[in-house]
Design a protein around this ligand. Structure first.
Ligand code: NAI
Length: 379
């Protein structure tokens, strides 16, 4: 029998309810697919508001120690603690565990109302660099002595003039950081038989950061993927191309079928993954994972939804589909397929949570728990 230990964090806000609805479906899909041959072993870790209440820390040492050795973990949403000096717990974990690739598959579910005419043409997986770019957290507030010093240094030492009243941020992008992200995207495309990888960048303006990302992506393909990856216009199993970020937003709307895997920098990736999810009509159904070389940390991509928390209104779909991604990651594809089919059946059955009900004509609204029961019954 194969067992896989999954460390999991319940999360804040709607976290407990979506877990309660989603976890039985994950277990049942594995049971059904492998008749008891495979099993998920769940190991809970504390983080967020509940951790703070019980231990006085939002990210207790035990949680961080366990994750430091873990290979698989899943989490519900975590509220960013309010107050000065608190960093986002999500960002902290991504940086501590060097979860450098944020991967989000975006695909249409039949029956969901979308703002575009052909949402079914969207089948893309976004690989977003997760540790660099303007997200590095190197920022200085307008009017502070730090900002003044930096502005002075730029003028005196580098001849770069910045208005003295500016807030200033730094955008670091490295060859190594870019290459390890692009490598993951290329490996994924090769393994999954995807036709292309597109480097999305704004290198026409930011030549040495965004343009660097593009150049290092192509360099990597030449160094490590000769014969496996070709340039646009050439014949080969995987085509590596690039698009300027603003053009990519247009392409995603006009010619989505020409794009399969996108590899991009942190800020571009943030924008494009949400835009694509909206294009297929489903932020509430969007799964994701943050991956390093060891730990793969699957998570619902939405936040804690404080206004609906505790009201049995939340959609557990994003967490459930993140679980399905995890099953695919460990090669338990049959169980993942059962989950996808159960979600498709629930949508075509039109008994769904409120967020989906308002996007499906003639749908009946059900609560989070009942939606979980429907998904379970659909397996
Ligand atoms: P949010 O995703 O919590 O909510 C945005 C909107 O989507 C709200 O209208 C909410 O009701 C709705 N929504 C979200 N998830 C839903 C679901 N599963 N079912 C039905 N409706 C859903 O984003 P917001 O309000 O910006 O953030 C709230 C808190 O969550 C903040 O503290 C933020 O820092 C945190 N957050 C955490 C994330 C994470 O842990 N990965 C990601 C995004 C936000």
């Amino acid at each position: 029998m194969a067992e896989k230990t999954i460390f999991f964090i319940e999360g804040d806000g709607i976290g407990p309810e979506v877990w309660k609805a989603a976890r039985p479906v994950l277990n049942a899909a594995v049971e059904k697919a492998y008749k008891g041959e495979h099993r998920l072993v769940w190991n809970e870790l504390l983080a967020g508001e509940r951790a703070f209440r019980e231990t006085g820390k939002h990210l207790p040492d035990e949680t961080m120690d366990a994750l430091a050795k873990a290979e698989l973990a899943m989490k519900g949403p975590l509220q960013t603690p309010v107050g000065k000096g608190f960093r986002s717990l999500n960002v902290t974990m991504r940086q501590v565990f060097d979860l450098y690739a944020c991967i989000r598959p975006i695909k249409y579910f039949q029956g969901i109302e979308s703002p575009v005419k052909r949402p079914d043409l969207v089948d893309m997986t976004v690989f977003r660099e997760n540790t660099e770019d303007v997200y590095a957290g190197i920022e200085f507030q307008s009017g502070t002595p730090e900002a003044a010093r930096l502005i002075e240094f730029l003028a005196d030492e580098l001849g770069a003039n910045v208005d003295a009243s500016a807030g200033v941020g730094i955008k670091p992008i490295t060859p190594a950081g870019s290459k390890r992200l692009v490598r993951r995207a290329l490996d994924f495309a090769i393994e999954q038989g995807k036709p292309s990888v597109t480097l999305v960048h704004k290198g026409n303006i930011m030549k040495y950061t965004e343009g660097g990302f593009r150049a290092w992506g192509y360099e990597l393909a030449e160094q490590e993927y000769a014969g496996k990856v070709v340039r646009e216009g050439e014949e080969g199993p995987v085509v590596l191309k690039d698009r300027i970020a603003d053009a990519m937003f247009q392409e995603a709307l006009i010619r989505p079928e020409q794009y399969s895997v996108l590899a991009t920098t942190n800020l571009n990736g943030d924008y494009i993954s949400d835009a694509l999810a909206a294009q297929v009509g489903g932020l509430g159904l969007a799964p994701g994972v943050n991956m390093g070389d060891r730990l793969a940390f699957f998570e619902a991509t939405h936040g804690t939804a404080p206004t609906i928390a505790g009201k049995d209104l939340a959609n557990p779909g994003s967490l459930l589909l993140s679980g399905a991604m995890m099953l695919e990651h460990i090669g338990w594809n049959e169980a993942a397929s059962l989950i996808h089919a159960a979600v498709e059946k629930a949508i075509s059955g039109k008994k769904v949570t409120v967020d989906l009900a308002c996007q499906i004509q003639g749908a009946t609204q059900v609560g989070c728990a009942e939606f979980g029961d429907i998904l379970l019954a659909n397996l």
